[in-house]
Design a protein around this ligand. Structure first.
Ligand SMILES: Cc1cc2nc3c(=O)[nH]c(=O)nc-3n(C[C@H](O)[C@H](O)[C@H](O)COP(=O)(O)O)c2cc1C
Length: 214
C-alpha cells in the first residue's frame, strides 16, 4: 500500500471482529513506528501492550466508559517518560513529550492500516486510572491509547477543504480553490502582488531575451 493510500483510507474504528492480532505483526509495526521523530531524539515513549481481558475492561471504563474498546483485542498505551523529559526540557517537557508520543501514534495508525488492521486513537481517558491498570511508575504517564484489531466496519469521515485550513504567510489570507494553478484563482491582496511580481519578472526575462537576440 502506498503511504498516501494508508493516510487517506485510515479511519477510526469502534467496531471490531472477535479475532486476535498476531503479536509478530504488532512487533513489526512497532519496530517501524519507533522511527518517528522526537525532540532531541529523546524517544521518550514507553509502549504498553494490553491484551488481558480484565485490564482492557478497566481501561475502557477509565476511558469515559467507551465500552466499544473492549471489542479490540489489543490496547496500545503510549506513555510519556515524563521525568526523563523534565530533566532535559524543564517547562517544555510536557509539550514536547506529548508531541513525540503523537508522532509515534500516527506512525502506528498508518502502519496498522497498511497491515490491514483497524485502529482508533483514544485520547479521552483518566490518566491516573489507566496508570494504575498498567502499573505505570511516576516516570510513565499514559498519553495516548490505540485500539487495534480487525474489523469489517466501514467508518466514514470527511475533511475540511484545504483552502479553509491553509494560507500563505498570514493567518486568514484565504486562497480560493487551493490548486496553485491557475494563478487567476488567487484572491488576496498578497497573491495579486505575487502575480504582479511574477508578471514583471516575466517581462524582464522577455526583455533580456530580446536584448540577447539583437
Ligand atoms: C487526540 C485524539 C483523541 C481522540 N480520542 C478519541 C476517543 O476518545 N474516542 C474515539 O472514539 N475517538 C477518538 N479519536 C478519534 C477521532 O474521533 C477521529 O480521528 C475523528 O473523528 C476523525 O475520524 P477518522 O479518524 O475516522 O478519520 C481521537 C483522535 C485524536 C487525534
Amino acid at each position: 500500500m502506498e503511504l498516501k493510500d494508508a493516510i487517506i483510507t485510515r479511519r477510526s474504528y469502534t467496531k471490531y471482529l472477535d479475532k486476535k492480532v498476531d503479536l509478530k505483526l504488532i512487533a513489526d509495526i512497532l519496530n517501524t513506528a519507533i522511527y518517528a521523530p522526537s525532540s532531541g531524539n529523546m524517544q521518550n515513549w514507553y509502549i504498553v501492550l494490553v491484551d488481558d481481558d480484565d485490564k482492557r475492561e478497566k481501561i475502557a471504563n477509565a476511558s469515559l466508559k467507551q465500552l466499544w474498546m473492549l471489542q479490540a483485542p489489543i490496547h496500545i498505551v503510549i506513555c510519556d517518560k515524563k521525568q526523563d523529559m523534565k530533566r532535559m526540557y524543564g517547562k517544555k517537557a510536557d509539550e514536547f513529550g506529548l508531541q513525540n508520543c503523537a508522532a509515534l501514534a500516527q506512525n502506528i495508525l498508518l502502519l496498522a492500516t497498511e497491515a490491514g488492521l483497524a485502529s482508533c486513537w483514544v485520547g479521552s481517558f483518566d490518566k491516573e486510572a489507566v496508570s494504575r491498570v498498567i502499573g505505570a511508575s511516576p516516570n510513565e504517564e499514559p498519553q495516548i491509547i490505540i485500539t487495534l484489531g480487525y474489523s469489517n466496519d466501514n467508518p466514514k469521515s470527511t475533511r475540511h477543504e484545504l483552502d479553509k485550513v491553509c494560507c500563505f504567510n498570514n493567518c486568514g489570507a484565504r486562497i480560493k480553490g487551493f490548486d496553485l494553478f491557475p494563478l487567476e484563482k488567487y484572491t488576496t491582496k498578497m497573491e495579486k502582488k505575487m502575480k504582479k511580481e511574477s508578471k514583471s519578472l516575466f517581462e524582464r526575462i522577455k526583455k533580456l531575451f530580446r536584448r540577447s537576440e539583437n
